[in-house]
Ligand binder design. Sequence first.
Ligand SMILES: O=c1ccn([C@@H]2O[C@H](COP(=O)(O)OP(=O)(O)O[C@H]3O[C@H](CO)[C@@H](O)[C@H](O)[C@H]3O)[C@@H](O)[C@H]2O)c(=O)[nH]1
Ligand SMILES: [Mn+2]
Length: 736
Amino acid sequence: MESSTKLPVHVCHVKKTEMVINRLHIFLHGIALLALFYYRIITFSLIIKTKETPLVPYLIVIVSEIVLSFLWVMHQLATQWRPVKRTVYPERLPEDDKLPPIDVFIFTAHPSQEPSLQVMNTVLSAMSLDYPPDKLSVYLSDDGGSYVTLYAVREAWNFARLWIPFCRKYALKIRCPESYFSADVESADEKFTGCSEFAADRKIIEKNYAEFQEALEKNSVNANASYSRNHPSRIEVITDEDKDSYPKEMPLLVYVAREKRPDHHHHFKAGALNVMLRVSALMSNAPYLLVLDCDMYCHDPSSARQAMCIYLDSEISAQIGWVQFPQKFHNIISEHDIYDSGHNSDWRGLQGVDGLRGPMMCGSNFFIRRGAIYGTDRIQKDIDLKQLKKSFGSSNEFIRSIYKNCKLQLPEDRLNPAGALQNELQLLSSCTYDNDTEWGKEVGYLYNTVSEDMVTSLVLHCRGWTSAYVDPARPCFLGVCPTNLNDMLVQQTRWALGAMQIALSRFSPLIYGGLRMSILQSMFYAQVGSLYVVPLCGLAVIPQICLLYGIPLYPKVSDPFFLLFAFIFISSQFKHVQEVFSYGDSFRHAIIELRVWMMRSGASYVYAFWEAMMEWIGMHKTNFVLTGKVVDKERAKLYEQGIYDFQATPLLLVPMCSLYIFNLATFIIGIPMIFHKGDELLAQAVLPFFGIIVNYHLLEGMVFRKDSGRIALSVSLLSIAISSVIFCCGSLLLLY
Ligand SMILES: O=c1ccn([C@@H]2O[C@H](COP(=O)(O)OP(=O)(O)O[C@H]3O[C@H](CO)[C@@H](O)[C@H](O)[C@H]3O)[C@@H](O)[C@H]2O)c(=O)[nH]1
Ligand SMILES: [Mn+2]
């Protein structure tokens, strides 16, 4: 024991080889970019004098190169400067009685878009985490206020009474029932093969699970009708008939539906999170919280202990605000994740930013310190109650809970809240509680964006909190991600919109963050994807038009500067492939990432840019469009075969198809021109050629495919019309 207490619970290694490669690349590529801008300044001043090339297209290309270089600098410096890898040793933690309590928050918003069986699996997996049950409380936030969900959570509690003891008795590695029963038994519990007691227990549980599943399915028939946007709040501790005692082996399970009224803005998930903070403060008030989306279950039951390795590491514990685990997905096929919905590039980036002051919160799968999110460390010692109420709202009980210093002094009637406690809970979950307080502005999760996780992380990092990224070999959490084009683009639109909303707000990363935290860290938040729409014009439209008219925008092949452009292009592609390889992915995956990035730019980023601008000038109100979670068997088949499913809304398809057709047409029509002026126009021919090859699947979808997932003829025709419009408008620019 003596020696084990001396061993570290957590070690952080700098990935030295990668760091050297990254910094060398940043240095060389950075110099090349400086040389490029030198070239552009020289040639631009020449053009002004000679007037041989139209100014406007040339300027658009320069602006595009500036934006692209800006995004490159933000990305490289923030995510590649100091990549690290953490290792944790939960077996070296102190005994269970010394571990701090944890409150788990799970969010669901719609009973039919988020099937209750999936949600309950998340609830059950969280309840069976390998953590002392008296120190674990699980809260389910139901934004749909649905009786279908309430019924499901009660049934889940009944099933948990069997499930949790079973998990503990056999120390199961998989504690999400759905995945346990669908997993290959050999791999799930190989140590018990041949054990008759285990086989008998398992059979009983399996039968009970089947009944539970059936009950939920029956009850879900009216799921859609049970969704409500107009309901009072409802907070219920789930127990059996005997409300006076709570089984010892069971963590507390609480159902929370906050009040919703049609004429109130509910601030999406951030609003729900803030209600959960307040409600849980009166019920269990754990100092640490685990936040989970309803589609993200706990796969490795040791995640809470792994997180505690960071929080209890005395060298860093005082500053650590949150511990983020990656989101990994059980519904993707890694060999052909054709929509890149595993987002491996994002997780690679988090390894990098973890070497600075830590990753952002990614909405789900993170443990956070309650005090950090309240901002309690910023409260002055002599502050009076009136001021506290201005920040935290009118509830005395809630304010008292802050000063209980997260000690568990639980109300006696919490299993069946009535009287004063019930009144307080109703107040704290009412839709007007936030009014005229600091909730959503300075306290709790911040509002006014659909990326509440990003802006809240930014502000907490600015307040001096750090964070840690733990990515063990066995995923701690597994979820569902989009496996069709439509859902992927809708999700990307929301994320890009969120980042753009933040950039246009008072929390604009480079200004707000740059002044308050390390500049490299603030660069992480400044990677605003929707800015890619600018280089999209500069690289996918203007050079192509100029190609047709024989107007060169890049140096001649015989000019030494041509090598510079070639170097920049090749070096960035090679670096990308190197990053993909070092994360353990294939070359094919690198191409998919490139292709998906182009599709996002040609669809999601365009709309996100537009919507954010419209909102900024007050012409539009954004909404949180839930990511699809219901699997359509027909469409799933296409995904399993690695074939793109173009049954997406035409709004998303038309911009990218128009750009594809435009590039294809300009390249083909431009071939004689390339032969005629190859020396001057080679670079301009490479651009459309590259786009056509990388996005060949679009051509397949429009022309060669006959199945139901092809691109509809109407979309192709509309895209041809729009590409002609692009050509005409672009040609007009050549006049200037
Ligand atoms: O008004 C709302 C809207 C959403 N949710 C919940 O928020 C979660 C995330 O929604 P989902 O549709 O699954 O979106 P994703 O795109 O998968 O979510 C990612 O992106 C979100 C920010 O855009 C983050 O909040 C998530 O944690 C992150 O996983 C789900 O549990 C929802 O039930 C609510 O509780 N209330
Ligand atoms: Mn999700």
